[in-house]
Design a protein around this ligand. Structure first.
Ligand SMILES: Cc1cc2nc3c(=O)[nH]c(=O)nc-3n(C[C@H](O)[C@H](O)[C@H](O)COP(=O)(O)OP(=O)(O)OC[C@H]3O[C@@H](n4cnc5c(N)ncnc54)[C@H](O)[C@@H]3O)c2cc1C
Length: 402
């Protein structure tokens, strides 16, 4: 937490109790949002969020903050649109400035196949409640005059889709707004509290072992981002998740305003401007699964080359910072939310490279599941058992990575 936020946010830290109704492992956006919605929507406040480092120290404080619902399958469009709508009201609801800004996303196509995919995206988005339209290269140039639509003669922009509701929000502020909202209603958040084991009675999970001692709960939720496979293994669960690093970087300040978020599905890179004026870029995951937080020159070089080819003004800029997070990648590039088959133990995972946008809806839906014991209709398609039932939610073309 930085100095500025510390002055703004009102926290009352608690001593850990021996038992809670609900224990949430992981103080990232999904864990915090679930606690927030349990407290605000269901009046369930005997809840602890256990974070082994500091809240927002995982991917929820390392991402490129893109919020959108222009997915490629109906179930995902509906789910992410719920999140887009909740984000739009989050400042008003939490009374915290999360720097939410609607910018619009341009999703460029550089081949006939990609053009067809963007036309299909526009249709499916419109049919299931998201606003997306197909745009020609000329319309793209009007939305983003800085783009070289000849693609430097290598990657011509042949068309694309435009999603006006695409937005960004300051990630730290989202985490801390949710944490504050939950805490002021009585939720306990314990930082530097690592879960080292799950306590089981027969087949049921009844609590957690931590570096601060055991804590019991009626229900335990895992929201540990890229570390989910080892956490789930504590309950004897083998998840279809692989952890891959994902890097990003920012340049120094660009003196002009750059409004849209520009994304290329074929080239797998995207760029937007931060509130400080920096140009922020991301691309695909590192191919090799690992838990490494190391950033590398290879990524920087490939991503910068693509950016400079399509946005030539970026040649004048300098790279300022580069960083990495570790992503919980599911095989179908869709999240996994809900029951696990282990009594007392639920998960929210598979957020890979796309889970920041899902924080409000993911939290809201998991809170409803925990409060009612029923799987909400909106997240039913994303259950873990879809892999056993061969009902995967394949949507790689919307994930922004390969
Ligand atoms: C570089 C990068 C760019 C991205 N860009 C975007 C984007 O533009 N838009 C988008 O929608 N998504 C994006 N994402 C993905 C998004 O950031 C994540 O999907 C999302 O933040 C996941 O949130 P989470 O709460 O599940 O996990 P995290 O935020 O990673 O939180 C998990 C927490 O669990 C804690 N933890 C782990 N193990 C334990 C334990 N044993 N005990 C206690 N605590 C534990 C960790 O310390 C961590 O704080 C990006 C990710 C990266 C890395």
């Amino acid at each position: 937490m930085n100095e500025f936020q510390e002055k703004l946010v009102n926290f009352k830290w608690h001593e850990p109790k021996k038992s809670y109704d609900v224990i949430i492992i992981g103080g990232g956006g999904h864990g915090l949002a679930t606690a927030y919605y349990l407290a605000t929507r269901h009046n369930i406040t005997n809840v602890a969020v256990l974070e082994r480092k500091y809240i927002g120290g995982g991917n929820s404080g390392r991402n490129t903050t893109v919020i959108r619902s222009n997915y490629g399958i109906p179930e995902a469009v509906r789910f992410y649109q719920r999140s887009v709508d909740l984000y739009a009201k989050l400042e008003e609801e939490t009374e915290r400035w999360i720097m939410h800004k609607q910018k619009g996303i341009l999703w460029m196509a550089h081949s006939e196949t990609a053009v067809r995919a963007e036309k299909a995206r526009a249709e499916i988005n419109t049919a299931f409640g998201a606003k997306t339209e197909y745009v020609t290269p000329q319309q793209i140039k009007e939305i983003c005059p800085e783009l070289d639509i000849s693609g430097g003669g290598v990657w011509p922009v042949m068309g694309g889709s435009y999603h006006p509701e695409g937005a960004t929000a300051r990630h730290d502020r989202v985490n801390w707004a949710l944490a504050e909202g939950a805490m002021k209603r009585g939720v306990h958040i314990h930082q530097r509290t690592a879960v080292t084991g799950l306590i089981q009675s027969g087949d049921k999970v009844i609590g957690v072992e931590t570096n601060k001692g055991p804590m019991h709960a009626n229900i335990v939720m895992s929201a540990v981002g890229g570390h989910v496979t080892s956490l789930a293994a504590m309950a004897g669960l083998r998840l279809p998740i692989r952890t891959h690093p994902l890097q990003a970087f920012v340049t120094n300040h660009y003196e002009r305003t750059f409004d849209p978020i520009v994304f290329s599905s074929s080239l797998l890179f995207y760029v937007s401007q931060t509130a400080r004026g920096e140009m922020l870029m991301g691309a695909e995951i590192d191919r090799q699964p690992s838990y490494s937080y190391r950033s590398g020159y290879h990524f920087l070089q490939g991503c910068a080359f693509r950016a400079m080819t399509l946005l030539p003004f970026m040649r004048q800029l300098r790279v300022l910072r580069q960083w990495t997070g570790v992503c919980d990648m599911s095989p179908d590039y869709s999240p996994i939310m809900g029951f696990t088959g282990v009594d007392g133990f639920v998960i929210t995972t598979g957020w890979g490279t796309w889970g920041f946008k899902a924080i409000p809806a993911g939290g809201e839906q998991m809170a409803q599941l925990i409060a009612t014991g029923q799987i909400p209709e909106l997240i039913a398609p994303f259950s873990l058992d879809r892999f056993a039932k061969d009902r995967t939610m394949a949507d790689r073309g919307s994930a922004g990575t390969h």
